[in-house]
Design a protein around this ligand. Sequence first.
Ligand SMILES: [Fe+2]
Length: 310
Amino acid sequence: MHTVYFDANVSDDLRRQRLYDGQIFVYSPRPSTIALIDHARTMIEEAFGGLDPKLAQYEMSVEQYVEIVAPLKPQFIHHPKTKGLIQDILREFACDLESTYLDVPRLRMVTANNYLTSGVGYAHHPHRDTWYSAPMCQLNWWLPIYDIESECSMAFHPKYWSQGVSNESHTFNYYDWNRNGRKNASQHIKSDTRKQPHATETIELEPQVRFVCPPGGIVLFAGAQMHSTVPNTSGFTRYSIDFRTVHLDEVVNMGGAPNVDSHPTGTSLRDFMRGSDLSRLPEEIVAKYDVGVDQAPEDALIFTPATIKA
Ligand SMILES: [Fe+2]
């Protein structure tokens, strides 16, 4: 049974419990989420210099498009306002900032008609974030920045909540990914050779569920949900923001969603910062997640988005 809770007025504890049970929460835009997407829109629209960002792909070569959006992604992450806006969202959603840890928000664009499907515009195959070394307690918050259609949204494949599939997550190591995969994203324009964990059996994409919410609406789900990027046939580029949270209780207990098929090595937990003061999780807690790793390598523990040239 799958339930979608719409604008549910429940405590964060109960909400997390339901999310770890495979349910999904959808929220209408609120002042804090509108502030975040306004901030993103300003940055996107400045970068495109007056072109409509949803249609800019039709005005330039894919190389030019990548030249504009590739720097935009780290700029958004590093912008001094961005983290504060996420903290405001968590506050408005009744999360306890002392025990809720957040990861930096990602700005994503999914262009239409296979214009750019690799590198910075990578369209995600069906996956769980937990195949990519996310802890089982990770929650994902996803917001569209402009109006979207079903044809450019995200798809959930709910039958796989409790049904494992054979997949390559056992070959995925988070620290190798930090070293190699992400830094090179903008070099992958025509094809993508980064080693991503895929299912090794056929995933039945149907039944699938998509959510179309207004700009600044939120789809909140467990990182263990099987989800994918819908091949964009809407005719325009989709822009969205996503960020992740974990709660200290589940981090300490190693709780969260049931693990049906995720076996990566390394952990993304060191990326998370406490909502109140942006401090990192205590190393002795995180170290418990380094199963299968002899020694976590100092130089690649944390995802470091490319720094921006001023
Ligand atoms: Fe994902």
